[in-house]
Write a protein that binds this ligand. Sequence first.
Ligand SMILES: [Zn+2]
Length: 183
Amino acid sequence: MTAIEVHQLYSQAFEQLKKGDYYIAWCTLERAELAIAAIMRNDADLYETVKDISFQIKRIQSIYPYKAFASTEILIKEQKCSICDSVRSIRNDCGHRVGYVYNGSLCANIVTNCELKSISIVTNPVHKYAVAFLNGSEGNSSDHYDYSILSALMKVWENPYKFWDYQITTKNSHPHLNFMLRL
Ligand SMILES: [Zn+2]
């Protein structure tokens, strides 16, 4: 199911990129990336079937203009195991490990009590969705990023399963990005 989800998320992100919904597509790609990481931990053979998508996601992410992200410091006061619902603590170890599959369910921590301590601006975030946006005039966030490289790519990229790579060359002392479509 997770492998099918990876393909669905990847195709969905492609459609969002086509529509110019760049931040939404960025978040969808992160969800696909997290699903791929779960597959990698649990099933090496299955990972082979999504490996190409994994590399393609990294290439797409690398041409996004995002450079600043918010990183939150959260004090977790209580969290539960998603498999057996027991409260996790140093003394109480239920034996289920986060990120591994038990009877078909992925184990996660469910935070039931926490406190936000601080927010820092970082360049290499744990959560990619935490992109820093400027404040808009009505208190909402405004997207000030330049997506011209992505929009140029989406004009020529017709099929999400037609993978591509790029090369950076220098022409008249300016860097140029050349896309190469592959079959
Ligand atoms: Zn447990």
